[in-house]
Design a protein around this ligand. Structure first.
Ligand SMILES: Nc1ncnc2c1ncn2[C@@H]1O[C@H](COP(=O)(O)OP(=O)(O)OP(=O)(O)O)[C@@H](O)[C@H]1O
Ligand SMILES: [Mg+2]
Length: 368
């Protein structure tokens, strides 16, 4: 027994764990095939009261069928079947009335796993959680397909028209169509890059390459970029509270965060966009003070309605019709959290949206 195992067992005084403590349904049948244990979770998942199951033959107490309507206990036959079989992997089965359950079983045998069955232990799990994940995958696929289709429809439409009726258009008309095709192709490329980011975030595989970064310089760089692209320079105010602690972060990913928040403030907000960068000392863990760099981006637009605030950081949520796929803030949150930081939104002093993210500052643990 390993040390870890010994200490885990030592934490459990004898007899402290019983069937009622398990989150899953538990059904146990003895050597004669009679049900000797049927916990409350099993009753909740199967809809069968324990009193109706205890003492009865397993196949009658828990009449499971596979999706083709065959009686499952007859197929598995734990008491009469192959004497080497010791388990049944998880399967989706049906109870009378069509209730779906996920079932797995262990057959405990005498004589070093080849003798007669001493006990059959069945675990039952509800299918709601799995269904929910499946539904959310299906929804994601539908949304992605829809988002990809509209720019591709326009690309296909314009290229087909140009190819068929090239002679009939003036140079200006052709240029306009090609510019639309170019913009839509860029949209598809960007969407695919965002989807790849999302799949990395969801799988916990977002790689953070830390280097020391100058956050105020990065903010200024973004603001310069926006003004060069035609946004009035007076729209931005930058406030930096020095001295800032050294910050180790992934420069490209922090650029992505700033780019998204500034773009949102300009596109969805109005008026002056104020960006503040300041240091903060706050608890990291109980009794552990840590330095943070806090960035606030606020605007004077309509803000985000109170009831929508919990949904702002979910994927594909968008409140206004001003372009966008609704993935920006989901990715922003994923990047900030991958750095060990946090992000939140509320209403700023001037009524608009105020996004505030904090990144843990100081030398990262791996460098000490
Ligand atoms: N500064 C803001 N003021 C008002 N509403 C905002 C602001 N920032 C974001 N929102 C709302 O939150 C929604 C989600 O933002 P998010 O950045 O995730 O998506 P998007 O900007 O619509 O699309 P994308 O960023 O993927 O191009 C926006 O559609 C908008 O309704
Ligand atoms: Mg956005």
């Amino acid at each position: 027994m390993s040390r870890a195992e010994r200490s885990r067992r030592a934490d459990l005084p004898d007899g402290s764990l019983d069937a009622e403590d398990l989150p899953d349904g538990l059904v146990v049948a003895d050597a004669d095939g009679l049900v000797v244990c049927f916990n409350t979770a099993a009753a909740r998942i199967s809809g069968i009261p324990p009193a109706a199951a205890l003492g009865r033959p397993l196949a009658e107490a828990l009449p499971l069928e596979d999706l083709e309507g065959r009686r499952w206990w007859q197929l598995t036959d734990p008491y009469g079947g192959l004497a080497t079989r010791t388990r049944q992997p998880e399967r989706n089965l049906l109870l009378p009335g069509g209730r779906e359950v996920l079932v797995s079983a262990r057959f405990l045998r005498a004589d070093d796993r080849t003798g007669p069955v001493l006990r059959v232990v069945v675990a039952l799990r509800g299918t709601e959680a799995r269904r929910r994940t499946e539904r959310s995958h299906a929804e994601l696929i539908a949304t992605v397909a829809h988002e990809l289709r509209s720019p591709l429809t326009s690309v296909k439409g314009f290229t087909a028209t140009l190819l068929q009726k090239w002679e009939r258009f003036t140079d200006d008309q052709k240029r306009l169509m090609l510019e639309t095709v170019d913009a839509d192709a860029n949209r598809v490329t960007r969407l695919i890059a965002e989807l790849l980011d999302i799949s990395r975030i969801d799988a916990g595989r977002l790689e953070i390459r830390r280097q020391q970064i100058d956050l105020p310089a990065a903010v200024r760089h973004h603001v310069d970029g926006k003004t060069a692209a035609g946004v009035a320079p007076g729209r931005f105010v930058i406030r930096v509270q020095e001295p800032l602690p050294p910050l180790w972060a992934d420069a490209d990913k922090i650029d992505q965060v700033l780019g998204n928040l500034l773009e949102n403030a300009v596109r969805h907000g109005e008026g002056t966009v104020t960006i503040e960068v300041q240091p903060e000392k706050a608890a990291h863990a109980p009794g552990l003070l840590r330095e943070w760099t806090v960035v606030t981006v606020s605007d004077q637009g309509p803000g985000i309605p109170e009831e929508s605030i919990p949904r702002v950081f979910t994927r594909f949520w968008r409140g206004s019709k001003r372009g966008g796929t609704g993935l920006g803030l989901y990715i922003v949150k994923g990047i900030v959290e991958a750095h060990g930081g946090t992000i939140a939104v509320d209403r700023g002093p001037e009524g608009g949206a105020r996004f505030r993210f904090s990144l843990p500052a100081g030398i990262p643990e791996f460098m000490i």
